[in-house]
Design a protein around this ligand. Sequence first.
Ligand SMILES: [Zn+2]
Length: 156
Amino acid sequence: MGTNHHSVTVKTRLDDEGTPDEERRVESVQFVCTAPADADCRTYPECQCETFNWAEDKTRDIEGHPRVSGRDCWMGDWFEAEGAVYVGDDYDDMRDDCIPAIERGGHITVFFQEEWIEWKWAEPIVDEAAAQRAALAEQSKHYTETPMNSDDGRDE
Ligand SMILES: [Zn+2]
């Protein structure tokens, strides 16, 4: 497989902590594209059309709009408009975007569905507790200049 340039970071918050209504919710979903300027996801016709089809020579679309590289990744708008629907096995159908309230970040795989996009984590689902521990470890990295204990085998 080629290099994956698309990743998402999901942040959560705990509402009504310590009460019967306690519930973890999705706080933010951040999409990042690191693809080079000439990547397909950053190359599309100079127009406001929602969809397009390339003309045969690929220098413009069939409407005659010229092909332009180096634009913002087209997927970003979908995430900003909450039009990106999560379709992983642990999807949460109580939410419009189906994103489960689990802190997680990583590469994603995107599926274009004409009217919206779907995505899931590119790596297999890890167990939730491990994901939480990883998130905490990531956070504590920012708060401690040196590791608190060097004997629990942090692998390089
Ligand atoms: Zn992209």
